[in-house]
Write a protein that binds this ligand. Structure first.
Ligand SMILES: [Zn+2]
Length: 274
């Protein structure tokens, strides 16, 4: 297949995707091919929006590559879920400036908008975590966590929002993984108990992995922990191996293989909150 998306030095894009640290050369080629296939998929609806809600036709290749690449990284070993995810149009609205984002109803530092079924994010936020040696904050992954919460893997629609990733709900049909669900429930309960213990002044329990922000509702838990699975897997696994293994089961790989050393920001932000 002839690809229309041209990235001249494709391997330079590897640094955006930690998974490439654990792949063979052959697999890295497959990974980049998957990115190209996603970026050209009829249901991959990437929109670039300027000020005054102007839809722009020239989407920079790097933007297209990054958004498709994050989907490829999350689902590289679970292309059956990806296929279901792309069985209906999936919308990603990227804004040229913070003003453009706000003018079109964007809130916080980025968001998943359930009524439009889309992620809304300022373009520069796609790049902000990649200025250092290790990949850093990744707001797109956070918003993808919210989007996956709404994704109903049984029907392919975006109507769910029950605090579960695709594969964790018995209604997910072939994609349901009961072992992952058991691990997720056990692991999440442990995190919640640790959070509540701290809230009540009990310092004998280990800290929960996530910042108090993620405990405000089930959706933030999904978004925050998805980001941490892809950024600080070593600490994640050490603190709560059941919950970590739920993610390994769901996404089909152990992200510790891609990270000799964690990106420490989320863990430090939580510790300093106390
Ligand atoms: Zn959030």
């Amino acid at each position: 297949m002839q690809h229309t998306l041209i990235i001249t030095h494709i391997r330079e894009m590897d640094r955006y995707f930690p998974i490439t640290n654990m792949l063979s050369d052959y697999e890295i080629d497959q990974f980049h091919n998957l990115i190209l296939n996603i970026s050209e998929h009829a249901n991959f609806d990437l929109q670039l929006i300027g000020e005054n809600k102007t839809r722009l036709s020239d989407i920079p290749n790097a933007v297209r590559y990054l958004v498709a690449g994050h989907l490829a990284e999350v689902f590289f070993y679970r292309q059956n879920i990806l296929q279901k995810f792309l069985s209906q149009p999936r919308h990603f609205q990227i804004y040229t400036t913070p003003e453009a984002f706000q003018q079109d109803g964007g809130v916080y530092g980025g968001c998943y908008n359930p009524s439009r079924e889309c992620i809304q994010l300022v373009m520069s936020r796609l790049f902000e975590g990649f200025n250092n040696a290790l990949p850093g904050v990744c707001p797109f992954l956070h918003e993808l966590g919210h989007m996956l919460d709404f994704f109903d893997a049984g029907s392919g629609s975006m109507k769910r929002n029950e605090g579960l990733y695709p594969g964790l709900n018995p209604k997910d049909g072939d994609l349901f993984n009961s072992h992952a669900r058991d691990l997720f429930i056990t692991g999440k309960r442990l995190e919640l108990n640790r959070y509540l213990a701290r809230l009540h002044g009990d310092l004998t329990q280990p800290l929960p992995i996530g910042h108090p922000y993620v405990f405000q509702n089930d959706g933030e838990f999904l978004a925050g922990y998805l980001e941490m699975f892809f950024r600080n897997p070593n600490y994640f696994a050490k603190q709560n191996i059941d919950l970590f293994n739920a993610y390994v089961e769901l996404f089909g790989y152990d992200t510790r293989q891609a990270w000799q050393e964690d990106f420490p920001h989320y863990v430090n932000a939580n510790k300093s909150f106390i």
